[in-house]
Design a protein around this ligand. Sequence first.
Ligand code: SF4
Ligand code: SF4
Ligand code: FES
Length: 247
Amino acid sequence: MSPDLQETRILNINILRFDPYDSKSVPHIQTFKIKEAYGMTLYIVLNEIREHHDNSLMFDFVCRAGICGSCSMLVNGRPTLACRTLTSKLPQEITLAPLPLFKLIKDLSIYSGEWMRGLNERLETWIHDKEEELNIDKLEQRMEPELADSIYELERCVECGCCVAGCGTIQMRPDFAGAVGLNKIARYHLDPRDKRSDEDYYELVGNEDGVFGCMTLLGCEDVCPKDLPLQSKIAYLRRMMIKTTMA
Ligand code: SF4
Ligand code: SF4
Ligand code: FES
């Protein structure tokens, strides 16, 4: 029987609590008992805890709709978005922890923006058109709808960091671009407005911190809440890099 149709459950929500800015704080698990409701998400659970049990609990959210990427966390050890996770899909015992690898702000709140900004600056994730000045009188460039669709498909990344937390290579190699970075490179490589050559892209990610560091274990694609085709894009970049070295 689906959990939705069973008797109302009392969920045990175990949360890793820690404030790295408080010298007296010690990491510990705090358990809250929450009555499950139909259609309940972890986002609703966390708000209920903050409103009715402990208003010092910290977690992030903006959109509540899987769009801003703010509410990523470990749910029973798996990186995912709290606002898109139904409690009915989870066992009664639910353990929440902040995503590893990012700077911890407090409890479930992390500072992923700093990591993502560093990555974007390092990979130069913007259109390089090689024109010295922006010409606002220039007509917009035409693009085939199929090409535009394939670019926007990759732009759906919400920088939630789930693929970073699920990647074994980043644990060993902190400068590894990860699936999020390689997906961005694939996006700009597809875009005809970006005039960077294959050699330019090779300079950016043709190394062990880029496509050649990836162990292809698919952890990133398994946990990406936007179902991005991360593996096919990494494979595509790897083929492109190998061709560049042979040219
Ligand atoms: S496939 Fe590559 S990028 Fe994805 S999780 Fe594994 S090592 Fe990381
Ligand atoms: S590629 Fe997927 S998992 Fe990684 S940051 Fe983007 S949306 Fe999140
Ligand atoms: S609150 Fe925006 S993705 Fe969850």
